[in-house]
Design a protein around this ligand. Sequence first.
Ligand code: UN1
Length: 497
Amino acid sequence: MAEKIKNLIHGKWVEAESKKTFKSISPADTSEVIGIVPQSEPEDVEKAVEAARAAFREWALTPAPRRGEILFRAAETLTKKKRELGELVAREMGKVMPEAMGDVQEAIDMTYYMAGEGRRLGGETIPSELPNKDAKSVRVPIGVIAQITPWNFPIAIPSWKITPALVCGNTVVFKPSSETPVCATRFVEILHGAGLPAGVLNLVHGAGGTVGEAMVKHSHVNAVSFTGSNPVGEKLAALCGSLHKHFTMETGGKNPIIVMDDAHLELAVEGCIWGGFGTSGQRCTAASRVIVHEAVFGDFLEAFVERAKRLRLGSPLDEKVDVGPVINESQFKKILGYIEIGQKEGARLVCGGKPYRKGACARGYFIEPTVFTEVKPKMRIAQEEIFGPVVSILKVRSLSEAIAVANDIPFGLSAAVYTQDVNASAIAERDLDTGIVYINASTIGAEIQLPFGGTKRTGLGPREAGGRGGALDLYTKWKVVYRDFSGKLQRAQIDKE
Ligand code: UN1
């Protein structure tokens, strides 16, 4: 049964002003409609931004620990509803149940973590150069934040953006992907139900080109956070630059796993399988390139292909299934297009390469786990983000060649190396030009208490998630306060000479 969902504006669940709707469809079975969703227009954005603006001051003045307590209550509800939410993620987005539950768990972890940040939103006190004068820096909220999220982590990524923005005292206008609006609505319902005042969190569904752009251009939106494709992100970055708005984005990845001659091969094969084909390759952290030392190339390839062929495709709700569908028709075609490009470029297709339509998969966007070998570093399939179940395998002769190949791409999110040599792991850790490096583990599975993001064209602005340099820097600005209590004119060094 399709569920009719709504926008949330100033604490009220409402339809789009125009009453127009669109459908959210299951990628595993396109005859299943998951939700009927408001097709919003700039007029709906206008109302949401004004609601967020009106709610800002009171929320910013609410003590941060109190803001955190609301998040804590939301985390408790998320925990109770984990299974139900997981099933919704599996149905609406198509990732298999264990991964769907992981998506929800990531949101639970993030929400608890950011609840705690309400008691830790500290700045610094620094000695002044003058007597009887003190100096400190404090974090202050930025204002109204526009947040635009993708479909591949339909609960987790909204939690990465919304919970830190709120605990820092900002108000939010949120536009989730139109592929996963029901998941996003459920998450917002839980936050709202935990006691957020009206207007603090607003939800507007609709197309990126209409709703997203109207949000970004709105003069009362002070900052924008975007996760999604490079072309959209770069367009929004330019717009935010010209409008002088704080901006941050997380975009592409083309993440390598290096398998050295001394690697624990079984571990490396498992890491490459889950990094490459988990979530049908639709993670920005997906391991889409495997760079293998020539001494173990044959053994690795044989084991990897054998394992890839054993992966079971099917309904994401079926606990025996390993790989679900890809998200929609346009991604399905794009991925198959890349498989064709790879063959034309001269890479050798050794596994998969076709749509999969057997049994329960007949009405979904399923693609066989696909492996290319004889891939050269400059081929398009080794350079461009495919965002599907396609892994390119490259052969190298040394660690330094492996690192050079790993770095020779426009992106830099995550990278991994499998080796038992402590020195090789130290060199890889130092020289891999990515935001995240894994030693003897796959490129996926970043934890929320550390900053998440990458180098080069992977992102812009402060990192997301927790830890030093994470989301608190994204959602606050610094205010510096000097106080002179000497009762006389004192001049700082720089003012005197
Ligand atoms: C993403 O694909 O945008 O590290 C995020 C991981 C997950 C997050 C991925 N924790 O794979």
